[in-house]
Design a protein around this ligand. Sequence first.
Ligand SMILES: *Cc1c(COP(=O)(O)O)cnc(C)c1O
Length: 356
Amino acid sequence: MERVYNFAAGPSTLALPVLERAQKEMLCYGSTGMSVMEMTHRSKMYTDIYDAAVAELKTLMAIPDNYEVIFMQGGATLQFSGVPLNMMVKGVADYVDSGNFAHLAAEEAKRYGQVNVIASSREDNYTYIPEVKNFTEGADYVYITTNNTIYGTRYTAIPKCASPLVADMSSNILSEVYNMNDFGVVFAGAQKNIGPSGLCIMIIRKDLLGNAMPACPKLMDWKVEVEKGSMYNTPNTWGIYMAKLTFDWLIENGGVAEMEKRNIEKAKLLYDCIDNSKLFKNTVKPEFRSRMNVTFVTGDKDKDEAFVKAATAAGLMNIKGHRAVGGMRASIYNAMPIEGVKALVDFMQKYEAQAK
Ligand SMILES: *Cc1c(COP(=O)(O)O)cnc(C)c1O
């Protein structure tokens, strides 16, 4: 059985060397005589894996010493609650509504305090990143989503604001170089660019810890998790191990700067194909095009469906767009090799030529 090219938005394709190493180590990790899944999280054999995962992420993202890294559960969505529960000290926060997940996060935060939606592209079907200004003076934080997975847009500039900036980086973490000092908190569900679902990577500036509301569940209190090394309860040990294998792979392949270079090249191939096509078009404002999630449509539902079906038959899997937008979406995260993008482009060109 040959592996297909998997363009799913998440869980999504992982780097083959990562999967092969997990397979090799499945029954016996090093000289431990057991699988990582069978290790107690309190053992040195496991805490060595955990410590290495934290250290490697710090290296990859050049995370300064005044930030903590923790691994939480509940995916990215639990932090839609975790952010206000840990940060709404004064009870007011600014949100930018740039996509479905940003919208959900703002809606959730309303349960805990006042949410000011300071910019939104919701009325325009999220086809661009709205201009972010008009910050609320003294807001507890400003919340953005750096890449909009469903609509296929990305921030090209990170807003500068006086309040700490919180970023949901679920669908583009480790895909481009960021300056961590621009952010107070970064979080990301692992299943797009890192590893298995359910795991959430969190990077938190130290001065923002210790403000959890009294009602905040202890398991969601960032300070508790920092103090316990992500082990207030049993962590997602396997997920953290898989994340570490991806971090190893990233380091071996030149790190985030090299990934960014490759991602620009991959995205350009696909957008050029779409722009040169008479059948397909991309509907987001070009300057905000995502490098991770490339959306396109024919403009006709039946034609979209026929294309998705043909692509699937050709081994180009999961390019159906999100149910909220329809059309097609090719997610081309770090682990998607350029060969996969070339195969898709080649298929699109041949398909269009035949459709004439
Ligand atoms: C996928 C995604 C989420 C949701 O992640 P879960 O792990 O399913 O909770 C949140 N935000 C963004 C930007 C995403 O891409």
